[in-house]
Write a protein that binds this ligand. Structure first.
Ligand code: MSP
Length: 479
C-alpha cells in the first residue's frame, strides 16, 4: 500500500462550472478511485481560485459584496462536484485562513535572494490573470480573450525565475515522466530554452487578494498564491504535510502548463520542497465544433447534462471519446449516439437481459457467484498511463464478447432441454458482469454499484431497474 496524492486545478469563480472544467475533475476522480480500489491511501484535492481580479469584476457586475459572492460561488462549485459524484478529500478555498497560513509559510521558506523589488512595466490580461509580453499579443489584443490588456507600471516584488532555467531543464531531462504527454514536455522545454524572465509576484494597484507579507500596500499575485493551494491541501506547513507532499499526479489543462511546469517547480525548489512526480496535461475540447465561450452561450452545465443522462454517461463519453492528452469535441448528437449504443444497448441491455433470464429460468437464484478474474493487464496499464479511452475500450471488448456469448449459447434454446448447461451459462454471465463492474468502478461508479446490487447477492435484485433508459433527441445526421 502506498500513498497517492492527486490534484485538480482550482477554478476561477467568476462563472459557473462548464463541462470543460468537469473534464479535469472527472479524470482526477477516476485516478483517485482507481488507487483507492487498489488499496492506496489517497488524497484527492480540488478547490477554487478566489483571489483573482476577475472575481472582483464578476461580483461588481452582479452588485454583490465580495464575501457573499465568493461564498455563494464556492458553494455552487462544490455543489456541482457533489452532483457529479467527485470524491475529493479536500476542497481548498484560497480566501480561507489555512491557505493564507500556507502562503505565508511558503514565503518564509523561499530563498530570500530569490525575491527582489523592481518595477513592472507591461501588459496584464485579466482574462488570463497573466502578465503578457508584447510578443504574446496579436493586434495589441490578448489572442485568447480578444481584449486589450491593461497597461501597468508599478513597483512590484519579483521572483527570480531566471535563476532556475538550468535546474528546470536538468530536472525535466533526468525525469522523463515529469511532464506528460511528450508533446507538452517538448513545449515546456522549448519555452525554457527561449530564456526565462523573472516574474512579478505582487500587485500594488489591487486590494483584493492575500496581503503581501510585511507590505500591506500590495497583494500577492493570484497565480503565486493559487499554486500554493496544492500544499495547503496537505496541511502545509503543519508537521506531517510531507506524508502527502510531493503530489504524485497534478492534472491540468494544456493552457496552464507554463504555470505548473515552470513557475511552480521553480517556486518549490526555491522553498526547498520536493517537486511533484508528474504533471499530466490534457487537451481542450470544443462543443459541437465551437470553442466553449460564455458569449456564445454554449457553455454546457455538467449537472444539467448529468440530470438528463446520468453522471456516468457524461463520465463515459468524456473519457472514452476524447483520448486523454489530445484535443477533442463534445458533440450533442454524438453524445446521444454513444449513450444509446455503448451504454443503453451494449452494457445496459446485457445486464437487463441477464437479469431477466435468471429470473425466468432460475427463479432469480444463482447462489453466491465469484467475479471472474480474466487478465486485465491491458486495462490496468492503460489506466496507469492515463489512456482512459483505452481502458474503457478494454472493458467494452469484454462487454461485446459477452453479448456475443449470449447469442452463441442461446439460453432460450437451452431452457428447452439442457438446464444443466443453461445454469452454467447464466452463472458465467454473472461472474463476467461482476468483473466488469469491478473494472468500471473508477469510471462509472453508479453503474458499477448497480451491477453489483443486481447480481452480487446470490439472487437477482429486480429493484435496481434499467441502467441506461434510452434518451431520444432530435438528431441531425452526423457525417
Ligand atoms: N485558476 C486557474 C488554475 C489555477 S491552478 C493552481 C485557472 N482556472 S480556470 O477556471 O480557467 O480553469 C482552467 C482549467 O479548466 C483548464 O486548465 C482545464 O483544466 C479546464 N478547462 C477549461 N476549459 C476547457 C475545455 N474547453 N476543455 C478541456 N478543459 C478545459 O486556469
Amino acid at each position: 500500500m502506498s500513498k497517492f496524492y492527486i490534484t485538480t486545478p482550482i477554478y476561477y469563480i467568476n462563472d459557473q462550472p462548464h463541462i470543460g472544467h468537469a473534464y479535469s475533475t472527472i479524470a482526477a476522480d477516476v485516478a483517485a478511485r482507481f488507487h483507492r480500489q487498489h488499496g492506496d491511501e489517497v488524497l484527492f484535492s480540488a478547490g477554487v481560485d478566489e483571489n483573482a481580479q476577475k472575481t472582483v469584476q464578476a461580483a461588481e457586475k452582479v452588485g454583490e459584496n465580495l464575501t457573499k459572492y465568493t461564498d455563494q460561488m464556492s458553494q455552487s462549485w462544490e455543489q456541482t462536484w457533489k452532483e457529479l459524484g467527485i470524491s475529493y478529500d479536500r476542497f481548498v478555498r484560497t480566501t480561507a485562513a489555512d491557505h493564507k497560513k500556507a502562503v505565508y509559510a511558503f514565503f518564509k521558506a523561499v530563498k530570500p535572494d530569490d525575491i527582489y523589488k523592481g518595477t513592472y512595466e507591461g501588459w496584464y490580461c485579466v482574462g488570463c490573470e497573466e502578465f503578457k509580453k508584447e510578443d504574446d499579443l496579436v493586434d495589441g489584443k490578448c489572442p485568447i480573450h480578444q481584449t486589450k490588456p491593461d497597461r501597468l507600471k508599478e513597483k512590484n516584488y519579483f521572483f527570480r525565475l531566471s535563476n532556475y532555467q538550468q535546474t528546470l531543464l536538468d530536472h525535466i531531462k533526468a525525469n522523463p515522466g515529469f511532464i506528460w504527454p511528450e508533446s507538452r514536455r517538448n513545449e515546456v522545454v522549448a519555452f525554457i530554452e527561449r530564456g526565462l524572465e523573472d516574474f512579478s509576484i505582487s500587485r500594488s494597484t489591487q486590494k483584493w487578494g492575500i496581503p503581501y507579507p510585511d507590505d500591506g500596500k500590495q497583494v500577492v499575485y493570484v497565480w503565486f498564491d493559487a499554486l500554493i493551494n496544492y500544499l495547503t491541501a496537505t496541511g502545509y506547513p503543519k508537521v506531517g504535510f510531507d506524508q502527502w507532499w510531493p503530489a504524485d499526479v497534478q492534472i491540468v489543462g494544456k493552457d496552464i502548463i507554463k504555470f505548473h511546469c515552470i513557475y511552480w517547480p521553480a517556486m518549490l525548489i526555491s522553498a526547498g520542497l520536493k517537486l511533484p512526480e508528474k504533471v499530466v496535461a490534457h487537451g481542450f475540447f470544443t462543443v459541437d465544433g465551437t470553442k466553449i465561450s460564455k458569449s456564445l452561450g454554449n457553455a454546457i452545465d455538467p449537472s444539467e447534462l448529468a440530470s438528463q443522462y446520468g453522471v456516468d454517461a457524461l463520465r463515459y463519453y468524456l473519457l472514452r471519446e476524447i483520448p486523454f492528452g489530445a484535443d477533442g469535441d463534445f458533440g450533442h448528437n454524438r453524445f446521444n449516439q454513444v449513450y444509446n449504443s455503448d451504454l443503453a444497448n451494449e452494457l445496459g441491455n446485457l445486464v437487463q437481459r441477464t437479469a431477466v433470464m435468471i429470473t425466468k429460468y432460475l427463479d432469480g437464484v444463482t447462489g453466491e457467484v465469484e467475479a471472474h478474474s480474466h487478465d486485465a493487464s491491458n486495462y490496468n496499464q492503460a489506466v496507469g498511463q492515463f489512456r482512459f479511452d483505452k481502458a474503457l475500450e478494454a472493458v467494452w471488448e469484454m462487454v461485446k464478447g459477452l453479448n456475443q456469448y449470449v447469442e452463441e449459447e442461446k439460453p432460450w434454446e437451452l431452457a428447452k432441454g439442457d438446464t444443466e448447461h443453461l445454469k452454467e451459462v447464466l452463472i458465467h454471465l454473472v461472474a463476467d458482469l461482476l468483473q466488469i463492474a469491478t473494472l468500471l468502478l473508477p469510471f462509472l461508479p453508479d453503474t458499477s454499484q448497480k451491477i453489483i446490487a443486481t447480481f452480487g447477492g446470490g439472487k437477482v435484485n429486480p429493484e435496481v431497474g434499467i441502467l441506461f433508459p434510452k434518451v431520444e433527441i432530435d438528431v441531425t445526421p452526423v457525417e
